[in-house]
Write a protein that binds this ligand. Structure first.
Ligand SMILES: *Cc1c(COP(=O)(O)O)cnc(C)c1O
Length: 382
């Protein structure tokens, strides 16, 4: 057992203690905290769909038709025609044979990696991969090897030295705390060379990158064969909740038999599936949301460069400002909050030691004026 009081005291002392802010308004670019109106730059609702009236209506009608919950797991009696239709529509959207819905992205990643790999296999992961991907590898009991961020040569080296009969390479498409894009063409070529599988978690690319928001593979003009295992989440650009794995017929049938985080959990409420079907239409057809997002990102980067701020090399809606020290990142987040701007400080262990940062994220609901307000606040802090 850990010594709980000692550990809590250490976290406080090292500025690593985590506290939840209670938000008492709908999520979106405006948040009300303790009665104070804040302009928020920390949501993953990149396309601004979480509050879309069509999507809310689809969820209300879904609840009318299906009730509040699914009542069981997919394999017992929880798999409704709403879930099934969403799977088929997502598969069409992505040009994949099949899609399998999971209740969360965390569970999808645990489930798929542990179903595909076991003792004696090799899982190769980017150092900055999402925690759920690392946890999936640990759960699988395969040998986990982490390669330096986006370093395909180092990965190639590790694969050459590995004698594991099955090798799985796993990467984020867009890295959640850095906002940069994985070198998918190189990763696909490396996987091909070693006859390894490639899995990509596109939680932050889907809806944002590629034609009609089809994600990071489409952004690079890659095909399904380049990345046979695709994971996507529905709680970010889609604005709802849940996640999925997309792949070929055999992969999906295999996961239905073997993925324990699929089998032993309650299916999403069907109303959430109905809302996501409405959301998918907006993701595909509202090109203006992606255009707006990209113009806000350009405006922010130009302004921040003029202020001499330490930007990371990314053109995605995730625009972190590297601070380094956790206490300083917390102080800046608090100072911004005092000026009515909500931005989270991201600290270790979410990011490597000494790389605490302010994670700024943009939404298509933001306007030029909002970006101006953000830049003005950063200027007074700088
Ligand atoms: C958010 C996220 C997840 C987890 O998805 P949930 O549906 O929120 O559980 C997995 N991977 C990445 C890269 C994420 O950003």
């Amino acid at each position: 057992m850990p010594n709980i009081p000692t550990e809590l005291a250490r976290l406080k002392k090292e500025q690593l203690y985590r506290r939840r802010r209670v938000i008492d308004s709908a999520t979106g670019i405006h948040a009300s905290i303790d009665g104070q109106q804040m302009l928020s730059f920390c949501s993953n609702d990149y396309l601004g769909l979480a509050q879309h009236p069509d999507i809310i209506k689809a969820m209300q009608q879904g609840a009318q038709r299906w009730g509040a919950g699914s009542g069981a797991s997919h394999l017992v009696s929880g798999h409704s025609s709403a879930h099934h239709a969403l799977e088929e529509e997502l598969a069409d959207f992505l040009g994949r044979e099949r899609v399998l819905l999971f209740s969360t992205g965390y569970m999808a990643n645990l489930g798929v990696i542990a179903a595909l790999c076991g003792r004696g296999d090799g899982v190769f992961e980017d150092r900055l991969n999402h925690a759920s991907l690392l946890d999936g590898a640990l759960l699988s009991q395969a040998r986990l090897q982490r390669y330096p961020h986006n370093d395909t040569a180092a990965l190639d080296n590790k694969l050459s030295q590995s004698t594991a009969p099955n090798q799985l390479i796993v990467t984020d498409g867009v890295f959640s705390m850095d906002g940069d894009i994985a070198p998918l063409p190189d990763l696909a070529a490396t996987a091909n060379k070693h006859n390894a599988w490639l899995m990509m978690d596109d939680a932050h690319g889907l809806g944002v990158l590629g034609k009609q928001g089809r994600g990071t593979l489409n952004h690079f003009n890659l095909g399904n064969a380049d990345c046979p295992i695709l994971m996507g989440t529905l709680g970010k650009a889609f604005g709802t909740f849940g996640a999925f794995i997309a792949g070929n017929e055999d992969l999906i049938e295999y996961l239905i038999q073997k993925a324990r985080t699929y089998i032993y959990t309650t299916a999403l409420p069907p109303a959430v599936a109905e809302a996501t079907r409405a959301s998918l239409k907006r993701v595909q057809h509202d090109e203006w949301r992606r255009e707006r997002l990209h113009s806000l990102i350009r405006q922010f980067r130009q302004g921040a460069e003029q202020l001499g701020l330490d930007l990371m090399d990314t053109n995605t809606p995730i625009q972190p400002l590297l601070i380094g020290d956790s206490a300083q990142a917390m102080a800046m987040s608090q100072a911004l909050q005092n000026r009515g701007i909500l931005i989270s400080a991201i600290r270790p262990p979410t990011v490597p030691d000494g790389t605490a940062r302010l994670r700024i994220s943009f939404s298509a609901e933001h306007t030029e004026l909002h970006v101006r307000q953000l830049l003005d606040a950063l200027e007074t802090l700088a």
